[in-house]
Design a protein around this ligand. Structure first.
Ligand SMILES: [Cu+2]
Length: 328
């Protein structure tokens, strides 16, 4: 019995060896060796600033209104996520990320959500304190929902579709940022909003991309992006002035990858986790923005030049989580 098992094992080993010898050698792909851009951390080619970026990174201005009538429409839409790459997305207001909303601490948000998509969706405001069972319910196609909340806590907050499976709805594009300014305001600065997120794609027959659920569960995105497009602000560098105070509202929509937010060539003067005024970090290089979280970064650039900003988790920067400030 034992001898026949040994013989069977030997035969199996010889057959598998013979099969392997008949196979062509597997091609092992190495890392690319040509840098996309001739600048430190140049993970993507740097474009000219002459053409504006598809999504303006500038923060919307503060409003003096104390009651904000906000209306968001859920729509399915095809949106570009990289040069020549179109994604079959689920969106708020037909764009990814959804619109940047901005209110002031203590203001009332009078909110209406309209579902113009052919399937149930919802919207969850991280800036609200409210019963999800009342406000974040699934909204059927052609239906609408209305409620109010008071934005009690200042910060940079995420909003997103909360319909299960939530990872699918977020990965398909249903997220955005809402800024809640402290009642007393913040010092004057040039302000930008960056929403980090991931796309997990496979190609359909008509060459548009759709979700690849296996890639999502395996945490292997094709693209990691700021404001919905691969290396958008490397292709369209953001103009700033030397020495002027910058304020960056960074929200990480995920659905999976933590952001290690860093500006190359700068040290953050202050970082407000989520936006809390109580204990800002001072003199820090890189700060984690967790999935579903936000932070407010204040910095200045000391001399003229190009300053990349990245997720310092560098596989993600390679996949598109990179942009450039051009200081003049
Ligand atoms: Cu949804």
């Amino acid at each position: 019995m034992r001898r026949s098992l040994i013989v069977a094992g030997l035969v199996t080993a010889m057959v598998s060896l013979a099969c392997r010898e008949n196979q062509p050698p597997q091609r092992v792909e190495g890392p690319p060796t040509n840098a996309p851009a001739d600048v430190s951390h140049g993970e993507a080619p740097i474009g000219t600033a002459a053409a504006p970026a598809p999504i303006d990174p500038a923060a919307p201005p503060r409003s003096t209104s104390r009651v904000h009538h906000l209306r968001v429409a859920i729509k399915h839409a095809k949106i570009p996520i990289a040069e020549g790459v179109t994604y079959d997305a689920w969106t708020f207001d037909g764009r990814v990320p959804g619109p940047v909303l901005r209110v002031t601490q203590g203001d009332t948000v009078d909110f209406t959500l309209v579902n113009e998509a052919p399937m149930p969706h919802s919207l969850d405001f991280h800036a609200a304190e409210i019963a999800p069972s009342r406000a974040y319910v699934n909204l059927m196609p052609h239906d609408s929902l209305h409620y109010r909340f008071v934005a009690r806590v200042p910060g940079a907050f995420m909003y997103h579709c909360g319909t299960a499976p939530v990872a699918l709805h977020i990965a398909n594009g249903m997220y955005g940022a809402i800024i809640v300014d402290p009642r007393q305001g913040r010092p004057a600065a040039k302000e930008f909003v960056f929403v980090q997120s991931e796309f997990y794609t496979k190609t359909l027959r008509d060459s548009t991309r759709t979700i690849d659920w296996e890639k999502l569960l395996g945490l292997a995105p094709d693209y990691v992006v700021f404001n919905g497009r691969e290396a958008e602000y490397a292709h369209h560098p953001i103009q700033v002035r030397v020495g002027e105070p910058l304020r960056l509202y960074v929200v990480n929509a995920g659905p999976n990858r933590f952001s290690a937010f860093h500006v190359v060539g700068a040290i953050f003067d202050r970082v407000y986790i989520d936006g809390s005024l109580a204990h800002p970090l001072e003199g820090v290089q890189t700060v984690t923005v967790p999935v579903g979280g936000g932070a407010i970064f204040e910095a200045h650039l000391v001399e003229a030049g190009t300053y990349p900003f990245v997720s310092h988790a560098f596989a993600d920067a390679t996949k598109g989580a990179v942009g450039m400030f051009r200081a003049q």
